[in-house]
Ligand binder design. Structure first.
Ligand SMILES: NC(=O)c1ccc[n+]([C@@H]2O[C@H](COP(=O)([O-])OP(=O)(O)OC[C@H]3O[C@@H](n4cnc5c(N)ncnc54)[C@H](O)[C@@H]3O)[C@@H](O)[C@H]2O)c1
Length: 372
């Protein structure tokens, strides 16, 4: 079965297709998304995507009269650099890619972010279709239109400092490509799924957290049907939250898109200070944020459930970290902090989240809960 969801942004609305074996027919889905005028497809692909998947995509596109040009940046996060943006733009220019032609990304969140940014900037914007190949990219990075790359400033990595909001024309999530994904990467994706579970109340799905926790073993075993359901439910949460606040402009009272940063104010610092993956850092951040929320009296008895879920997903529940004072300093440097005041997203009752400017004691308690 294929599930089709619609992400609603007025005239920039687009479909997300989730199913098994969709990439075999990618050309018809791309054609539906970009119309008859597109003659070229620039395929930006991650080197860890298995050759048979990659060949299938190229053959389908060529078989449907797309002229295909290839962009093959380094694997994973290393591709999110200005030099690979330029490399891709040069390839597009050389292959005479035109305004109506399409960029297709085939890879994890890193390739979605790079390829989306390339599409947003080439000739001031050309269509892009994302084919996410990691769980994290399927449930998160491919939907919502945030694109961008990292900068290194005076030796320090600044994540996602350069970018644009650029909605794709379609997203194609083929669960079969998850077969080759390393276990650790699959579990990292589950970290973002637990986050969406904690936000389910904003999308009419307050049961999502418990639903997810009850099926963690099935996801780890990669049962296609349950993965499909998981991905569709998670996209529903993400699209519901982003479509009300496309450019993350909502204030604290609404929260809007910022709510998706649940676990990230702590998580970004953990990601920078450790070797942990993004999804692993976010999972720790969820524990910290729920402890902080309990300390503020906004929720009760949640942090134990979150910690148990993180553990059951095979994700770390604590890690070695620097002094808490330094961690709090690093949180203040996060680009989402306004005017030096800490702004943290925390879970509240009914599987919803809220924006708080917490006293240091609550933030400290959060850090103490995850610091080894
Ligand atoms: N734009 C957004 O809204 C958004 C949201 C969340 C995350 N992100 C970004 O996404 C990135 C993280 O995404 P990710 O976790 O997918 O990381 P990733 O793209 O680095 O992929 C993780 C690893 O899996 C490999 N891989 C990808 N597909 C594979 C497959 N099918 N089989 C085997 N290996 C495969 C990659 O080569 C890489 O080594 C970060 O840069 C983050 O900032 C963006």
């Amino acid at each position: 079965v294929t599930v089709r969801l619609e992400v609603e942004f007025g005239e920039r609305s687009y479909p997300v297709h989730v199913g098994a074996g969709l990439l075999a027919n990618i050309a018809s889905l791309v054609r539906d998304a970009v119309g008859p005028k597109a003659g070229r497809a620039a395929l930006i692909v991650d080197g860890n995507v298995p050759t048979e998947v990659f060949s299938q995509v190229v053959e389908s596109l060529q078989g449907s009269s797309f002229e295909v040009s290839l962009v093959q940046p380094p694997r994973g996060e290393t591709c999110k650099k200005m030099e690979w943006v330029e490399d891709a733009l040069v390839t597009l220019t050389r292959s005479r890619h035109e305004r109506a032609d399409v960029v297709v990304t085939l890879g994890g969140g890193a390739v979605c972010d790079l390829g989306g940014f390339v599409a947003a900037t080439y000739r001031r914007g050309v269509p892009v279709v994302h084919c996410p190949t990691t769980l994290l990219a399927m449930v998160d990075a491919s939907v919502g239109g945030k694109t961008g790359v990292n900068l290194i400033v005076d030796g320090t990595l600044k994540k996602n400092m350069v970018g644009a909001f650029w909605q794709p024309r379609a997203v194609i999530g083929d669960v079969e490509v998850l077969r080759s994904l390393p276990d650790r990467e699959l579990r990292a994706g589950l970290g973002e799924c637990l986050k969406h579970g904690l936000l389910g109340g904003h999308a009419g799905m307050p049961e999502l957290f418990d639903w997810t926790v009850a099926r963690l073993a099935d996801f780890a075993a990669r049962k296609p049907d349950t993965l499909e359901q998981l991905i569709a439910k998670n996209i529903h949460v993400k699209k519901t939250i982003v479509s009300g606040d496309e450019r993350e402009e909502a204030g604290d009272a609404d929260g809007g898109r910022a709510l998706l940063n649940l676990g990230h104010t702590f998580g970004h610092v953990i990601e920078a200070e450790t070797e942990l993956l993004h999804g692993e850092s976010v999972a720790l951040g969820l524990i910290a944020a729920s402890v902080a929320s309990e300390k503020l009296g906004l929720v009760s008895g949640l942090s134990g459930r979150v910690r148990a879920a993180v553990e059951a997903a095979g994700l770390p529940t604590s890690t070695s970290l620097p002094d808490i004072t330094d961690l709090i300093g690093a949180m203040r440097d996060d680009k989402k902090v306004m005017g030096g005041e800490l702004r943290v997203i925390v879970p509240v009752e009914a599987f919803r989240a809220g924006v708080v400017h917490p006293p240091l004691a609550a933030v400290r308690a959060g850090w103490e809960a995850v610091r080894k």
